[in-house]
Design a protein around this ligand. Structure first.
Ligand code: HEC
Ligand code: HEC
Ligand code: HEC
Ligand code: HEC
Length: 328
């Protein structure tokens, strides 16, 4: 009666797959009070609303924090429904047992264990991405794992930027966590992480860095980064103050905006370790930035890269100061 028998057997694989890639990031641990995977108590009141309602919630989202399609709007409806079926079954829901008698107690035995490249067959999660990703993601990961185990005074130590996806060719950026050379591919938790491309799908685009316009994402409310790890209600102190740095030569002057930075960052992220908080007190040059100092501590690593000259050099020299926001 729940339509699970039909959907369940045909798409159990894609259900699990979609769950692992897209939904687990919130539903595994119950982020933002999402009903936890395999937790019958969390799911019972929801299943009571009827499976069609849950499909609608998953497809369209809910005001209480379930994003439409888990934030991955490119997912076909059928896959989202399959993931819902999978989650309901894992919670022992309703007549789910008929379609999915194993529940979460066992790893699904009917999975083809054809992930022979992976050490353990149950990690088939990553195999989907494998074709479009680097054929051999192992070297980086192995190198960094080795470096961790025993700091080897050899080559790998030199590659301090191996973590830096902005320095990689565009096609190698935003790889799934298991292939990005940062996360440990042998750790189960790595496979529960949402791949960046899925996470970024609904965010405003840019042409640089990891191809997301983070400033717009935050100003349009697409993302709302948590300011404090412990205190979920803490708000950032946003300071709207621009500092103009005059540039000798023909390049436009640099406008450093406090606003866009303090939406994410604490004053102490920059003051006083990177910059003395006084206009003109700091010697900043492109050379230093390119070497990863000053603005380059972040830009080119976790913020838009140095190739985007005009984002920093934004104040034309021949304009009247009033044409720009230039509060000193
Ligand atoms: C960013 C976090 C997040 C992701 C990713 C996410 N969910 Fe949710 N989900 C939530 C939250 C929070 C709730 C509880 C919202 C509520 O009570 O309305 C929820 C509730 C649900 C519900 C119950 C809705 C109801 O009406 O009671 C279903 C079904 C669901 N999610 C399915 C999915 C599926 C399928 C995916 C993956 C395609 C997914 N979710 C991905 C956060 C998430
Ligand atoms: C991303 C780095 C960054 C963050 C975060 C940051 N600042 Fe600054 N701040 C700067 C830079 C760069 C300057 C300009 C320094 C210069 O011109 O030498 C500056 C200058 C200042 C100045 C001097 C202004 C003047 O006209 O002399 C003050 C005061 C200041 N910051 C306060 C703060 C406070 C308060 C916060 C937190 C709410 C903060 N800053 C966060 C980078 C930062
Ligand atoms: C502590 C890290 C950090 C430092 C240091 C830092 N930035 Fe940023 N900056 C960010 C982040 C994070 C963002 C927002 C994300 C993004 O745009 O990639 C940002 C955004 C900006 C923006 C906004 C662009 C827009 O689209 O509105 C400008 C301009 C900028 N930075 C210039 C500078 C300049 C100039 C310096 C050095 C004086 C500097 N930043 C130093 C982290 C930093
Ligand atoms: C993250 C912000 C940022 C980006 C991106 C950026 N610059 Fe700069 N640039 C600065 C800052 C800050 C200064 C130092 C201004 C000063 O003298 O106070 C500077 C200085 C300069 C200078 C003056 C000479 C020097 O070396 O200090 C030139 C020329 C220059 N930049 C060119 C470029 C070009 C070309 C690009 C793009 C390829 C670029 N910049 C990208 C922030 C940036």
């Amino acid at each position: 009666m729940l339509g699970l028998a039909a959907a369940g057997s045909a798409s159990a694989d894609s259900g699990k797959d979609v769950y692992t890639k897209v939904c687990a990031v919130c539903h595994a641990g119950g982020i933002a009070a999402a009903p936890r995977f395999g937790n019958a108590g969390d799911w019972a009141p929801r299943i009571a609303k009827g499976v069609p309602t849950l499909y609608q919630s998953a497809l369209k989202g809910t005001p209480k924090g379930m994003p439409a399609k888990g934030g991955n709007l490119t997912l076909p409806d059928a896959d989202v429904k399959a993931a819902v079926d999978y989650m309901i079954a894992a919670a022992g829901g309703a007549k789910a047992a008929a379609a999915e008698p194993k529940k979460e107690a066992k790893p699904e035995p009917k999975k083809e264990a054809k992930a022979e490249a992976k050490p353990e067959p149950k990690k088939e999660v990553a195999k989907e991405e494998a074709p479009k990703a680097a054929p051999a993601p192992a070297p980086v990961a192995v190198a960094s794992a080795a470096a961790e185990a025993a700091p080897a005074p050899t080559v790998s130590a030199a590659d301090v930027n191996s973590f830096n996806r902005l320095l990689k060719p565009a096609s190698k950026r935003n790889l799934p966590p298991a292939e990005d050379g940062i996360h440990d591919p042998s750790n189960d938790g790595t496979h529960a992480l949402q791949p960046p491309l899925a996470a970024f799908g609904s965010l405003p685009k840019s042409f640089a860095g990891n191809r997301v316009n983070w400033v717009e994402a935050i100003s349009t409310g697409k993302i709302k980064p948590r300011y404090d790890r412990v205190d979920a209600t803490a708000e950032p102190i946003i300071m709207d103050m621009n500092v103009v740095r005059e540039v000798k030569g023909s390049m436009p002057d640099v406008v450093y905006p406090h606003k866009q930075h303090t939406q994410w960052l604490d004053c102490s992220n920059c003051h006083p370790a990177i910059f003395t908080p006084q206009k003109g007190a700091n010697q900043i040059s492109m050379a230093a930035i390119l070497l990863g100092e000053k603005c380059g501590v972040c830009h080119g690593k976790v913020a838009f890269p140095v190739s985007e000259c005009r984002l920093c050099h934004s104040k034309k020299k021949d304009l009247a100061p009033s044409a720009q926001a230039t509060a000193k």
